[in-house]
Design a protein around this ligand. Sequence first.
Ligand code: NAG
Ligand code: NAG
Ligand code: NAG
Ligand code: NAG
Ligand code: NAG
Ligand code: NAG
Ligand code: NAG
Ligand code: NAG
Length: 366
Amino acid sequence: MYYKILGLLFIVVTLEYPFIVCAKQCYQCSNRLNGANFQDCPKDGSVNPDKVYKADCKGHCFTRTNSTDPEVIYRGCVDEQYGLPDPMPKDGCYEHKNSTWCICNDDLCNAVPLGNWTGIDIFAHLNGPKECYTCGQTVDGEYYSYCPSNTTVNETAAGKQSCDGYCLTRTESSQPDMVYRGCLDSIKGLPYPLPPTGCYPYRNETWCICNGNLCNENALGKPNDVTLDDHVKGIQQCHVCRNYAEGQYYPHCPLNSKVIPESTWKENCTGACFTRTDDIDERLVYRGCIDSQYGLPKPLPPDGCYTYYLEVWCICHGNLCNGDGIGIPTVEFDSHIKNGTGTIHFMHLIYSLSRFCLFYFIKKIF
Ligand SMILES: *[C@@H]1O[C@H](CO)[C@@H](O)[C@H](O)[C@H]1NC(C)=O
Ligand SMILES: *[C@@H]1O[C@H](CO)[C@@H](O)[C@H](O)[C@H]1NC(C)=O
Ligand SMILES: *[C@@H]1O[C@H](CO)[C@@H](O)[C@H](O)[C@H]1NC(C)=O
Ligand SMILES: *[C@@H]1O[C@H](CO)[C@@H](O)[C@H](O)[C@H]1NC(C)=O
Ligand SMILES: *[C@@H]1O[C@H](CO)[C@@H](O)[C@H](O)[C@H]1NC(C)=O
Ligand SMILES: *[C@@H]1O[C@H](CO)[C@@H](O)[C@H](O)[C@H]1NC(C)=O
Ligand SMILES: *[C@@H]1O[C@H](CO)[C@@H](O)[C@H](O)[C@H]1NC(C)=O
Ligand SMILES: *[C@@H]1O[C@H](CO)[C@@H](O)[C@H](O)[C@H]1NC(C)=O
C-alpha cells in the first residue's frame, strides 16, 4: 500500500516537475505608479528583482511604451494584451500604433532596459517575406531606364532581393542625379539605431529608407534637414563582445552576422571600433574599441577590412558601427604605411607568434 502511494507520488511529481521548471514568469510593473516615478521599474535600466511583482505567463514577456507618452513604460505578459499578432515575431523590439514593444520569451527576460526604435511593425512578419527592389540607374556606364530616380520602377524589369530590414533608394555621390535601390541589411557601418523611415542627407548623398514589401519602388524623395546619423552624433560607443569565452558560445556576438544589440555590452570609445578574428582559432570573433588594443599601425588606414598577419581586422568610425559580421579583407592593415611585402608590424608579429607557439606548446603537453 505504502509503495503504491509512493509510486503514485513519484508519478505525480515527475509529471509535475517539468511544469515547475518550464513555468515562465514576467515582471509586471510600470515606471509610473499613481503619477509618481517608480524607480524599481525604470525605462533605461534593469528592474529591481526584489521590489517588482512577477506573474506567470504562457506567451511572451514584454516591455512597451505608452502610445502618447514614450517616457512611460510598462512591463508584463502578452497574455493580458489584445490586438497583438499571432504568432508573434522573433524576440526583439517592434513598433505598433505609436508604441515601442520589446518582446522576449525566457523566464523574467523583461528585466532589461527598453530597446531602441526599430521602425519594424510588430505585424510585419505576417505579411510574408519581405523583398526590396535591387537595381541601379547606371551600372558600369550602362543606363537602366527601369530603375529611374524621378518615377516608379518598372516592376517586371527591376531585380528583387529578400530583406530583413529597411529597403533603400539612394543617390550616387559620383552621379548625383542617378539612383541605386537595394536592401539596407547588406550595408556595413550604418548608424545604430537607424532613424525613422524617411529621406536623409548622408555621405554627400540622399538616402531614403522605408519599411515594407517592395516599398522602395517610388521616385526618390526630398531629404529632411537632419542627416541619417544626426540622432547619434556626439555619442561614440562600440559593441564589446566575443562569441566564445571559456568554451561557452555567446550567440549575441556572432562571427558572420549582426550582433543582437539589446544583449551586447557597449563602451565609450574615442577611436575606431573594431571587429576582428583570431589567428589561433578561426571560429572566434572579438568586437571592441581600438583604444584597448596595442601593436596596431599608426595612423590607422581608412574604415574597412584588412588582413593582419593571420587575422582579419575591420575598423569603422561611428556610434556602435561594429555590429556587423566580419567583412572580407582587402589589403594588409599597414600597407598604407609600408609598401610591398614584409609589412607586418614587428610588435604584432612577435605578439602573434608568441601566442601561436604557446598554443602548440600547451597542445603538445596535454
Ligand atoms: C498612456 O498614458 C495616459 C496618461 O497617463 C493614459 O491616460 C493612457 O491610458 C495610457 N495609454 C495606454 C495605452 O496605457
Ligand atoms: C505619438 O507619440 C508622440 C510622442 O512620441 C506623441 O507626441 C503623439 O501625440 C502620439 N500620437 C498619438 C496618435 O498618440
Ligand atoms: C539605444 O540607443 C542609444 C543611443 O542612441 C544607446 O546609448 C543605447 O544603449 C541603446 N539601447 C539599447 C538597448 O540598445
Ligand atoms: C525623368 O527623368 C528622365 C531622364 O532624366 C526625363 O527624360 C523624364 O522626362 C523625367 N520624367 C519626369 C516625370 O519628370
Ligand atoms: C517594363 O519592362 C518590361 C520587360 O523589360 C517591358 O516589356 C515593359 O514594356 C516595361 N514597361 C514600361 C512601362 O516601361
Ligand atoms: C562630401 O563633399 C565634400 C565637399 O565636396 C568633401 O570634402 C567630403 O569629403 C565629402 N564627403 C564624403 C563622405 O564623400
Ligand atoms: C560615456 O560617455 C557618456 C557621455 O557621452 C558619459 O555620460 C558616461 O559617463 C561615459 N561612461 C563611462 C563609463 O565613461
Ligand atoms: C607601392 O610600390 C609600388 C612599386 O614599388 C608603387 O607602384 C605603388 O604606388 C606603391 N604604393 C603605395 C601605396 O605607396
